[in-house]
Write a protein that binds this ligand. Structure first.
Ligand code: NAD
Length: 261
């Protein structure tokens, strides 16, 4: 008789840091990963939003804690890892997903301040995250580190998004190097590249049907993603389902990269 598999949850007992968990893709991932058995350690800037989400998850009998802060601050990256270790005893995976569009506009008109802020929140944050997460994963025998990049800066360019595109492209390069540096430690590193996704970052689409129609049109699927569809890809990368996937830039973009009509 074959053995009955008692637990089919994909992240059972794994401790996972998720940043940008107060809304959009990160919030969807927090709900999904916790439901899949993970101990989730949630980060973002808004204390009250995180507190509310954690209390909701705990009320469902799931495992979740939070620590609010700015991912562009190295002390915060370190504190998130320490929180994971203190509460749950280690770190198995991370979904470094917080990001900002920054101000948009042509490069000659862009302030240096906007350039530095956007690069700091989207790219330097990934360096801080990796620097502090990798030793914790290594001491636990391996792990999976994920960064949310974008199709913007990889397969598509939009005028006015120079700082954002540069920061998101930089994540792909960092991911590749991390994969080679730490593959022998059992640590996988991957970038996740969403297409247009219905989150606050995409703007108030309900009140802007022309913008929504444009976003829909650039995808082969002729629609934008729901946040859960991106979270499901993050779940794949965080779990053992992707045990031989590392150093990749995984497009989850509804075919916008190949769509020319
Ligand atoms: P969102 O605005 O709903 O979420 C962004 C999250 O990041 C929020 O939780 C916010 O509080 C957090 N955040 C922003 N700056 C931060 C900082 N300095 N410190 C800590 N937390 C910070 O948008 P989203 O679409 O869910 O964005 C998630 C990721 O997906 C981002 O990295 C974004 O660039 C990327 N992305 C989004 C789209 C899209 O169409 N929505 C497409 C491709 C990539």
């Amino acid at each position: 008789m074959s053995k009955t598999k008692l637990d089919t949850k994909q992240l059972q007992g794994k401790t996972v840091i998720i940043t940008g968990a107060s809304s959009g893709i990160g919030e969807a991932a927090a709900r999904l990963f916790a439901a899949e058995g993970a101990n989730v350690v949630l980060g973002a800037r808004r204390h009250s939003k995180l507190e509310q989400l954690v209390s909701e998850l705990c009320d469902q009998g799931l495992q979740a804690v939070f620590l609010a802060g700015d991912v562009g601050n190295e002390d915060y990256a370190q504190a998130l890892v320490a929180h994971a270790i203190n509460v749950y005893g280690g770190l198995d995976a991370s979904f470094n997903n917080a990001g900002t569009m920054g101000e948009t506009g042509p490069i000659p008109e862009m302030s240096s301040e906007n350039w530095h802020t956007t690069l700091n929140v989207n790219l330097t944050s990934a360096f801080y995250a990796a620097k502090h997460q990798i030793p914790a994963m290594k001491s636990g025998g391996g792990g999976s580190i994920i960064f949310t990049s974008s199709f913007v800066g990889y397969t598509a360019a939009f005028p006015g998004m120079g700082a954002y595109a540069a920061s998101k492209a930089g994540l792909v390069g960092l991911t590749q190097v991390l994969a080679t540096e730490h593959g022998a430690d059992g640590i996988r590193a991957n970038a996740l590249l969403p297409g247009g996704t219905k989150t606050p970052m995409a703007g108030d689409l309900e009140n802007n049907p022309e913008q929504l129609a444009f976003y829909n049109s650039i995808h082969a699927l002729k629609r934008m993603a729901e946040p859960i569809e991106i979270a499901q890809a993050a779940l794949f990368l965080a779990s053992d389902q992707s045990s031989f996937v590392t150093g990749t830039a995984l497009l989850v973009d509804g075919g916008n990269s190949i769509n020319k009509v």
